[in-house]
Design a protein around this ligand. Structure first.
Ligand SMILES: [Zn+2]
Length: 304
């Protein structure tokens, strides 16, 4: 068969690919970030978002328990402090709590000092509740900044899961050092499939779960064939609704039936890659950040 993914790493126990159902538990951080003036009056939006930590996350945890797998949830620090019980339950059941900002800030719009403060507050919130410092980071809203990598390295993070530059883990480097990137892609995000929210100007038609799962399953099949990593960017309040949760159960069953799938937390995947690289058993690709130091001059401009 034609190999479409170049230079895949080996996976534990001869597995064909690595899978992590990674969720971003944003809850009402989005409400307070985007509507600071009248967040108190937006009761309906608040209720849809808090469905995530209150109803959907425990349901997703029941699914994980059923299949006996440990997965990863990225949680903004403010959500850790606002919904401590569910975050503690996740940690107690062996799931990884990753860093996802403080209030879901778009850090590429902040000063470097502001971004550093947000990073520290998020680390402190997770560490205080779980007793474990986060080792993984996923940037809120995909707003990775030119300083993000240096800040993550300075704070001792082990991996990032914000970028989309390959189908297998790779290294990102800057003047400050280098770090493992565990890439994903918008094709594995649940927003384009299911979210229709006027408050966020996101008005795509809602897909039936079996249509959405065709997208996610195709990506899985390709990762399985080529030795890649499949890591979702899902949200409890979106993918944790009953019909979508039921379709998720079927997807996990499908993956298990194919066989040779390594279900792991993103931290475990990063540790595995770290081992391969440090033992010289695999040489990952590497990319230096940031990509551009100045705007590219445009030699002609559109007529307005
Ligand atoms: Zn998020």
């Amino acid at each position: 068969m034609l190999q479409l993914i170049e230079n895949p790493p080996t996976w534990p126990n001869g597995a064909r690919c690595a899978v992590c159902f990674a969720y971003d538990m944003d809850a009402e951080s989005l409400l307070h970030l985007y509507y600071p003036e009248d967040s108190m009056r937006r009761i309906t939006l608040s209720s849809a978002l808090r469905y995530g930590p209150r109803i959907a996350m425990p349901r997703i945890m029941r699914i994980w328990k059923h299949f006996d797998i440990r997965q990863t949830v990225y949680v903004p620090g403010w959500c850790v402090e606002t919904y401590p019980d569910v975050v503690r339950m996740l940690a107690d059941e062996g799931h990884e709590i990753g860093h996802h900002g403080w209030l879901h800030e778009r850090v590429n719009a902040l000063t470097p000092e502001g971004e550093a403060d947000v990073l520290r507050r998020g680390i402190d919130a997770i560490t205080a509740l779980t007793g474990q410092r986060p080792v993984g980071y996923r940037c809120p809203s995909g707003a990775f900044s030119p300083q993000t990598l240096d800040l993550l390295i300075a704070e001792g993070f082990r991996y990032d899961a914000s970028l989309a530059g390959d189908d297998v883990p790779y290294m990102i480097e800057s003047s400050g050092g280098r770090m493992i990137e565990l890439p994903s892609d918008h094709a594995l995000d649940d927003w384009p499939q299911y979210v229709n929210m006027r408050d966020f100007n996101h008005m795509l038609p809602i897909q039936p779960p079996d249509v959405a799962m065709r997208v996610f399953r195709s990506e899985f099949d390709a990762a399985w064939e080529g030795g890649g990593i499949w890591s979702s960017v899902w949200h409890p309040f979106v993918s944790g609704r009953p019909a979508r949760a039921a379709a998720t159960v079927e997807l996990i069953e499908y993956m298990q039936d194919r066989g040779g799938v390594w279900f792991a937390t993103m931290a475990e995947i990063a540790a595995h890659i770290d081992g391969l690289v440090s033992r010289g058993e695999w040489v990952p690709r590497s990319e230096r950040l940031p990509f551009w130091s100045e705007p590219v001059p445009q030699i002609a401009r559109p007529i307005r």
